[in-house]
Ligand binder design. Structure first.
Ligand code: SF4
Length: 522
């Protein structure tokens, strides 16, 4: 059974064909009805080559395109079964006789199990649909339909040349001819926000399309969008921002509709924005992990063993003692609370032992906690009403305390904070296996977030962590309380020799960070 929190393309292929079909993208050079005869015009985001795939870009003939793409898929993915994908431009923008001739010729070049045809909603004549219906009897036919958005104002602005009604009618027509539809959606088109892509996806779900392809907006060199972006920079999502939108959308799509794609490829030389540091594969893994952390695994009972950290999620024995003796005592939290309201940042919240102990303190002033963790699902399992409240509403408050739970990659959550804290608790769970929480870059952010007289308490005393702290502008002291060890750091200068963990773009995996440190040491 799948461990993925959504119905993936791979699982859909296994369910439908009993094997995975790899797409062989080809460009028939049919042109596009949305472009002038000289190739100008068209959708503002679309490059002159009509989004031709990277692996077939330099191929001359169609045979060569197929040959190159099959060889690439066999080499890279050990692919054995294939689906022909007429990708670039508009795959139905030609006469019916030419379509028939071309498609049947193409299907002879290789033993394909399915054909997928990329096209526009306004380019599906009744003749074409009848032909596709016939073809569908010989080979599985899928139409990759460029919907992009169902917001008419946006469709006008991106010069799409059709409206939302046209897309919805095309879906209905294709369905009446029994042809499968994979609908394309772009997240982040100018002037759109979450409501827009939510509306588009919800509508596609209601229409019962057979699959959804989602990707974030790319600004590609020499497109009209590139001009617009040069004149006025608009919001383009980084990895974490797009991940938030994508996760939101994936949760709206029922588990019988496969998600065919969650990202797209644009060759680096053509991509203006966004410039991501996460590889496409890493992004996919991040989405799966983030969804599992937030909502639990779709089909397994939650276990309290973290495969990732090879440790239990259960509070370790002595966790309460650690909370009291290390985090609370060494931050002088009780004393701070006697003087004024205190803002506490609790990083690596887990079961919340540290914050719960802080909330229990008697106080005449208020404690405001911001708690960060990427794992929300363990809150559900916890036997504690406060944690249940956090699971449901991400917020808890009483007379003297407030606590806001922020779920997400710590590095992303930290960058979104715009306030200063008096006390920071950092519990990296397993610091030697989780270096992303103790890199020099993270400590630099924490330095900015901490008041001048603030204190950072950390449940690790690793030398590399002290090195990172010193390079980020902290001085630290090792605390040893029987079997509890940690660091107490305040702003200041000290030099500690060594090589810290570094995560220059704040997106590296733990393995990449460890490897990068070895590289820095060499
Ligand atoms: S319809 Fe397709 S090929 Fe034509 S301009 Fe728009 S994105 Fe490009």
């Amino acid at each position: 059974m799948s461990q993925l929190p959504y119905y993936s393309y791979r699982n859909y292929m296994m369910d439908t064909y009993g094997k995975v079909l790899y797409s062989i993208p080809i460009d028939l050079d049919l042109g596009c009805p949305n472009r002038k005869s000289d190739g100008s015009g068209g959708c503002t985001f679309c490059p002159q080559n009509g989004a031709r795939s990277a692996q077939s870009l330099d191929a001359k003939s169609i045979e060569e395109q197929i040959h190159k793409s099959v060889a690439f898929a066999k080499r890279r993915y050990k692919a054995e079964h294939f689906m022909l994908y007429i990708q670039a431009y508009t795959g139905t923008f030609t006469t019916l006789s030419q379509q028939k001739e071309t498609y049947s010729k193409l299907l002879k070049f290789h033993d394909f199990d399915a054909i997928s045809i990329g096209t526009r909603p306004d380019c599906l004549s009744d003749e074409t649909l009848k032909y596709l219906q016939e073809l569908n009897k010989e080979i599985d036919v899928i139409v990759d339909l460029g919907v992009q958005t169902l917001n008419d104002e946006t469709l006008k602005k991106i010069n799409r040349g059709h409206d939302s009604k046209c897309s919805l009618e095309a879906i209905q027509k294709l369905q009446s001819y029994g042809i499968k539809i994979f609908a394309h959606v772009i997240v982040g088109l100018p002037n759109e926000n979450r409501c827009d892509w939510e509306h588009t996806v919800k509508k596609l779900v209601t229409c019962k399309v057979d699959g959804i392809k989602i990707h974030n907006l790319h600004v590609i060199k020499n497109t009209q969008l590139h001009d617009e972006y040069t004149k006025r920079k608009f919001k383009i999502f980084d990895e974490y921002e797009y991940a938030e939108e994508l996760i939101y959308l994936l949760r709206l799509i029922p588990s019988n509709i496969p998600i065919i794609r969650i990202a797209t490829d644009t060759p680096n030389k053509d991509l203006i924005a966004p410039l991501w540091y996460m590889e496409k594969g890493q992004f996919g893994e991040y989405i799966v992990q983030a969804m599992q952390y937030r909502y639990g695994k779709a089909d397994t009972n939650r276990e309290f063993w973290s495969e990732k950290y090879k440790d239990f999620y259960y509070p370790r024995s002595g966790a309460k003692a650690q909370a009291k003796k290390l985090f609370i005592d060494k931050s002088d939290l009780q004393k701070r609370l006697t003087c004024k309201d205190v803002k506490l940042l609790d990083i690596g919240f887990g079961y919340g032992i540290n914050s719960l102990e802080a909330i229990k303190l008697k106080k005449k002033n208020s404690l405001h906690v911001k708690a960060l963790d990427q794992d929300r699902s363990i809150l559900k399992e916890a036997d504690n009403p406060l944690l249940h409240a956090l699971y449901e509403k991400s917020y808890y408050s009483d007379e003297n305390n407030s606590l806001e739970f922020i779920v997400g990659d710590i590095r992303y959550s930290l960058r979104k904070l715009d306030e200063k804290f008096d006390v920071i608790f950092l519990d990296p769970f397993s610091e030697d296996k989780n270096p992303s929480m103790v890199s020099i870059e993270v400590f630099k952010i924490l330095h900015d977030l901490l008041h001048e007289d603030g204190v950072l308490v950390c449940s690790t005393s690793l030398h590399t962590v002290r090195v990172a702290l010193s390079q980020a502008g902290f001085k630290s002291q090792i605390v040893t309380l029987k079997d509890i060890k940690g660091l107490v750091a305040t702003k200041g200068y000290e030099h500690i020799e060594g090589v810290p963990y570094s995560d220059p773009y704040l997106v590296y995996t733990d393995k990449q960070i460890a490897k990068y440190r070895e590289h820095l040491k060499a």
